[in-house]
Design a protein around this ligand. Structure first.
Ligand code: CAA
Length: 389
C-alpha cells in the first residue's frame, strides 16, 4: 500500500498499533485504563490507543484493517476478534473502564533508596527519588561514572532553575540527598534497590545474587529491565517474593510512567508498596505480568519497526515523522524517537518481541539491523536515522 499523505501514513502506522492494543486487552494482559495510561505517560501521547479507537470509531478502524489484511496477509493486520465484536455491537473499549480501586499503601517503610548504575536511566531514576525527598545511594563502577550522575542531575536542575521552576536551595538539597559509592556493600541499609545496569541477563543475574547477599532482610529488589525475564532475576535470589520490575521511561525525570511488573513469586505486599511509592514520587503506575515488552514496548516497537519498513518502501523519514506528529499528536516522530532510544536497544527489544510472540510481522526491519551493524545507533553516536553531527 502506498502511503504518502499524512492521513495514509497515520492509517498505515497507527491502525495496527490500535489493533495490538485491542489484542493485549482481549487476552487480559492489562486493563483498558493501564493500556491507555501506559502510552500517555510512557510516551507522552495525547491519548491512549483504546480511547483513540473509540474516538475514530471501532467500525472505521475495523474496515480499514480488514482491507489491509486482505492486501498483506500479515496476521498483525487481521482485526482482533474483540474489535470485530465491539464494532458489530456499536460498543466502546473505554466506557466504564475507570476502576474504583482503593489507593495503595506503603506496607514497608522506605526511607533510603539504592540505585545501581550510572547511565541515563540510572541517573534519571536517582534524580526522581532524590527530588521526592529520599536519601539515595548510587552505586557505580568508578568515581568518574558517579560524577557523571551528579553532573546529569545538576544539569537538569540548572535547566529548571533557568525556567524559574526550581531554586539554588532546592538544587543543593536534592544533590545533598545523593551519595555515590563504588562498592555494592553500601547497599546494606537501603529499603529499596532499583537496578539500571547493562541490559544483559548474565550481568543482571550476577548483580541479583550479590544483592541477595548484601541487602537487608525485607528490602525490595527492583529492576528497570525493559526486556529480560524478571522471574529469572528473582530465582537467582533466596527471596523472589521481594523482587519486582519498576520500568521507568526515558527521560525518567520527565516521563510519568512506571510499569510495575510482578512475577508469580512477587508478594502482594511488595506489589502494593511499589504502587504506593510510585505515586509518592509523582509517577503513574500501571500493572502487568512478566512478559516481553510489558505494555508499552510491546505496543510501541512494532509501530516503530513498521515506520522503518514504510521508509524502506520509499517514503521519506522526515515526511513520516512530520505526518505522525501532525495527525496523531505524538511528541516525536518514529525516527526521532528511535534515535533517542538507540537503534541497538530498539533492535534488541524487537528481537525479544519476535521471540515471544512469534509473529513474522515482528521481524526487525532490515534497515534497523544495518544501522546497528554500521554503528549508527542514534543521538548517542551522533548519527542514527537522522544526523546530529
Ligand atoms: N532529561 C531531563 N529533563 C528533560 C530532558 C532530559 N533528557 N529532556 C527534556 N526535559 C524536560 C525539559 O526540561 C522540560 O521540563 P519542564 O516542562 O519542567 O520545563 C520538559 O522535559 C519538556 O522539554 P522541552 O520543552 O525541552 O522539549 P519537548 O517539549 O520537546 O519534550 C520530551 C521533550 C518530554 C522528551 C518529549 O519529546 C517526549 O515526550 N518524547 C517522547 C519520549 C518517549 O516516547 N519516551 C519513551 C521511550 S521508550 C522507553 O523509554 C522504554 C524503553 O525500555 C526503551
Amino acid at each position: 500500500m502506498s502511503a504518502e499523505t499524512p492521513e495514509q501514513i497515520f492509517e498505515t502506522l497507527v491502525y495496527p498499533y490500535l489493533n495490538h492494543a485491542v489484542r493485549m486487552f482481549e487476552v487480559g494482559y492489562a486493563t483498558a485504563t493501564d493500556i491507555d495510561h501506559g502510552m500517555r505517560f510512557g510516551c507522552g501521547y495525547p491519548k491512549g490507543p483504546l480511547t483513540v479507537l473509540d474516538e475514530i470509531g471501532p467500525a472505521v478502524v475495523l474496515d480499514a484493517l480488514a482491507k489491509r489484511f486482505t492486501e498483506t496477509g500479515d496476521h498483525l493486520h487481521q482485526p482482533a476478534d474483540l474489535l470485530v465484536k465491539i464494532a458489530g455491537e456499536g460498543g466502546s473499549f473505554t466506557q466504564g473502564s475507570a476502576e474504583g480501586e482503593a489507593a495503595p499503601e506503603l506496607k514497608h517503610e522506605i526511607s533510603k533508596v539504592g540505585v545501581v548504575g550510572t547511565g541515563t536511566m540510572a541517573s534519571g531514576i536517582a534524580q526522581v527519588f532524590a527530588q521526592a525527598g529520599y536519601d539515595v545511594v548510587v552505586v557505580g563502577r568508578s568515581e568518574e561514572k558517579l560524577a557523571g550522575v551528579t553532573a546529569y542531575v545538576g544539569k537538569n536542575l540548572d535547566r529548571a532553575i533557568a525556567k524559574g521552576k526550581s531554586t539554588e536551595d532546592d538544587k543543593a538539597a536534592v544533590l545533598g540527598r545523593l551519595t555515590g559509592a563504588t562498592s555494592r556493600e553500601d547497599l546494606a541499609d537501603v529499603d529499596l534497590v532499583v537496578e539500571a545496569i547493562a541490559e544483559d541477563l548474565d550481568i543482571k543475574l550476577e548483580l541479583f545474587r550479590d544483592l541477595d547477599r548484601i541487602a537487608k532482610q525485607g528490602a525490595i529488589l527492583a529492576t528497570t529491565t525493559s526486556s529480560l525475564p524478571i522471574t529469572q532475576l528473582g530465582a537467582a535470589t533466596s527471596r523472589p517474593a521481594d523482587v519486582i520490575g519498576m520500568h521507568f521511561f526515558n527521560p525518567a525525570p520527565v516521563m510519568k510512567l512506571v510499569e510495575i511488573v510482578t512475577t508469580d513469586a512477587t508478594s502482594a505486599q511488595v506489589n502494593e508498596t511499589v504502587k504506593a511509592l510510585t505515586a509518592k514520587v509523582g509517577k503513574v503506575g500501571v500493572s502487568c505480568s512478566d512478559r516481553a515488552g510489558f505494555i508499552v514496548n510491546a505496543l510501541l516497537f512494532p509501530y516503530l519497526n513498521d515506520a522503518i519498513k514504510l521508509s524502506e518502501d520509499g517514503v521519506e523519514l522526515g515526511t513520516i515523522d512530520a505526518a505522525i506528529k501532525e495527525t496523531a499528536g505524538f511528541p516525536m516522530g518514529p525516527f526521532e524517537l528511535l534515535d533517542v532510544v538507540g537503534n541497538d536497544v530498539s533492535l534488541a527489544i524487537q528481537e525479544e518481541l519476535l521471540a515471544e510472540f512469534k509473529e513474522p510481522g515482528l521481524e526487525p526491519a532490515a534497515t534497523l539491523k544495518e544501522k546497528v551493524a554500521a554503528g549508527e545507533l542514534g543521538r548517542k553516536t551522533k548519527k542514527g536515522f537522522h544526523d546530529y553531527s
